[in-house]
Design a protein around this ligand. Structure first.
Ligand code: GDP
Length: 445
């Protein structure tokens, strides 16, 4: 999902994160690249402009550029704006608040995935909300559309309205409402007719059906692969029928993301669900935060900035930086850092933040370990003598064996820890060369 866009943005931000200090010009240059990436992803131009303006304004603020980790701060700002672009923090669920049967009307063009999505949604409502649903197809245009819904209904074990040949959509809708009432269904899903294009006859039919069924939700189903066309279709529908939300299908195959990123601002309608495959359980509630995280692929950096802001005090960071700058990074310091990591939410969060950690983490997770590793490393250091901690070079084979036994682990675990420490201190030495706190920023960023 969104692979192309994700790769492009990843390249820009990897470079940015690697910088200790950022100038305004560097931020602007990066934003120019982001702009191109978004346009290539088929995001609507006004949406791109708005986004770039908002990010630039926040990112070149004095606080960001002067911070120890400007690169990370910029990633966080971009993330927050992406969330905004996708619809904001709130996850908008379905409004099922009405006397049952609550009517959900599904609208959209032919081939958008409307019928499949209707069945997916019925399954979702049944399994996630314990709702009894009835589905009815009002699609008298497409041959076998009604039969298709009946087949899908059987697959998800949700009732469908029996087909009466020759009946017209508005009459089918009336019959469906009556039947839903008789069956005491909680929800009635109306799968309306599609067309190849938006046309007057289609809109008139949608209005008539909405008029007699008073739907709680009118969900437009659009194919995300069609990019701006999907957004334009949504705009046309918005002008005619009271849409309450959008379902974007085929997100699983969408490498670009233009429809998802433009939809909210161009149409003002929230994306409520995403179709992520042909199977009938491939439907996800659309969560802007999660999708932004996927696009940026830097969820760790984002929550790190959030958590770091909450847990690391400026003075502590500076004191540590001073020690590091003097090349004084022994196992006591490592241990302190490991404990800080634990309090900040474990190893996964910290990947890439500390010099050498990324490699260490990759090695460790290959061995199937994860946050337990932090506890193990702490135990290993705990089994050393104060002298060994201050001067790890003392640890010969015999001592390593003792430490391993003391911590209940293997000599190879001790070796791994020492190797990680070595890598970290080597990186610390670089800080010295790069000049103190700024250098630290570069390594952290
Ligand atoms: P309708 O004409 O709008 O009712 O479209 P259909 O529901 O018949 O769907 C058309 C095709 O799209 C079918 O082959 C579906 O399996 C497929 N489809 C629907 N939603 C998705 C999705 O989210 N991902 C993928 N990969 N295929 C989908």
């Amino acid at each position: 999902m969104f692979d192309n866009l994700s790769d492009r943005l990843g390249t820009v931000f990897d470079r940015l994160r690697g910088r200790g200090a950022l100038s305004e010009q560097e931020v602007r240059d990066a934003m120019r690249e982001v702009r191109v990436a978004l346009l290539e992803a088929d995001v609507a131009l006004p949406v791109v402009r708005r986004f770039i303006d908002a990010v630039t304004e926040k990112a070149i603020g004095a606080e960001v550029l002067k911070s120890v980790t400007p690169g990370q701060q910029v990633v966080k700002i971009v993330n927050d704006e992406l969330v905004e672009m996708l619809g904001g923090e709130a996850v908008e669920g379905l409004n099922l608040d009405a006397r049952p049967p609550v009517v959900i009307m599904m609208v959209g063009l032919q081939g958008s995935g409307k019928t499949t999505t209707t069945a997916k949604l019925a399954k979702f409502l049944k399994e996630k909300h314990g709702k009894k649903a009835l589905m009815a197809s009002l699609d008298v245009n497409r041959p076998a559309a009604q039969e298709q819904l009946a087949v899908l209904g059987e697959q998800v074990s949700v009732a469908t309205l029996p087909i009466v040949q020759g009946q017209q959509p508005v009459d089918i809708a009336r019959r469906a409402m009556e039947s839903a009432r008789l069956q005491a269904a909680d929800v009635l899903l109306l799968d309306t007719a599609g067309r190849l294009h938006v046309d007057e006859a289609l809109m008139a039919e949608m209005k008539a059906v909405a008029g007699i069924s008073s739907p709680n939700e009118v969900l437009l189903v659009v194919d995300s692969l069609t990019g701006q066309d999907a957004v334009n279709v949504a705009r046309s529908f918005t002008e005619e029928v009271p849409l309450t939300g959008v379902v974007l299908t085929r997100m699983d195959g969408d490498a670009r993301g233009g429809a998802a990123l433009s939809m909210r601002h161009v149409t003002g309608k929230p994306i409520k669900f995403a179709g992520t495959g042909e199977k009938l359980d491939a439907l996800e509630a659309f969560d802007p935060k999660r999708v932004a995280g996927r696009i940026l692929g830097m969820g760790d950096v984002v929550s790190l900035v959030e958590k770091a802001a909450a847990t690391i005090k400026e003075e502590d960071a500076e004191a540590l930086a001073r020690r590091m700058a003097k090349g004084q990074f022994d196992l006591n310091d490592l241990r302190m850092q490991l404990r800080q990591m634990q309090s900040m939410g474990g190893l996964g969060m910290l990947a890439g933040m500390l010099p050498g950690m990324k490699k260490a983490k990759a090695a460790l997770s290959q061995s199937g370990a994860d946050d337990k590793v932090l506890v193990h490393m702490d135990a290993i250091i705990g089994s050393m003598t104060p002298k060994e901690r201050a001067n790890p070079a003392l640890l010969n084979a015999k001592r390593k064996k003792r430490v391993a036994a003391g911590s209940g682990l293997q000599v190879q675990d001790v070796n791994k820890l020492l190797k990680m420490h070595q890598e970290m201190s080597r990186a610390m030495k670089q800080i010295k060369k790069m000049g103190g706190l700024k250098g630290l920023g570069a390594l952290l960023g």
